[in-house]
Design a protein around this ligand. Sequence first.
Ligand code: ADP
Ligand code: MG
Length: 250
Amino acid sequence: MTSIIEVNKLKKSFGDLEVLTNVSFTVHPGEVVAVIGPSGSGKSTMLRSLVHLEEVTGGSIHIQSEALVEDGKYSSGAKIKSITSRMGMVFQHFNLFPHLNVQDNLELAPKFVKKESSGELRRRSTELLAKVGLEDKAKVYPAKLSGGQKQRVAIARALMMNPDILLFDEPTSALDPELTGEVLRVIKQLAEEHMTMIIVTHEMNFARDVADRVIFMDKGEIAEEGTPEQIFGNPQLTRTKSFLNKVESN
Ligand code: ADP
Ligand code: MG
């Protein structure tokens, strides 16, 4: 099977601090990968590197067999743009534009990037708001929404660009516990539709439920990876066990 994401020997330093030491993994089309690990282990940096929000200091990233960066050398600006435009990212803190209503938040980026008529954009934004259960919130401003609703808007906004891959960086960490379910349900539905996704999460039950594969990161490297059954049911390393014991006793 050909991979949709291929990461090889990725390295990233901030000054003297090496935060990714030698990260390699592949993701296949339609696969859902959960990334877990302690705070500071490099999960966000790894994810941000995939969409060129961070520049790595070494290694390779191929998306759909095209090089974003190869042996630490980046492709041209146009190529980077073309590659990263196939990925959508959802952040912990939603990053909605406060001065735009929900529908305009959805339509802003595709209006600039894609040559679509306003009628077509409106049709798709309406459809995607319905998909995340917010069809009645089109004209509402973000400040009037709950955290769970904001995050569902952020997911719909990412989907407006028709991404081949969705990346989530702790999508429920900023939410009150009673609001995480509505967001996780939307992500689970996307998984059932075979969207390729990498989800950095602290929700171990969710990871166990939706992920095809779990990657445990620690100290800038992938310490262990496997199926949810392997990682949660029979972790091999002491550090994996100790991390899981800590999060499960929370
Ligand atoms: P995680 O998402 O697993 O919590 P991060 O990728 O955010 O980890 O961070 C990994 C390490 O890199 C941490 O030690 C963090 O302090 C450091 N780091 C992240 N971003 C920067 C930055 N822009 N400048 C300097 N250090 C950073
Ligand atoms: Mg993080």
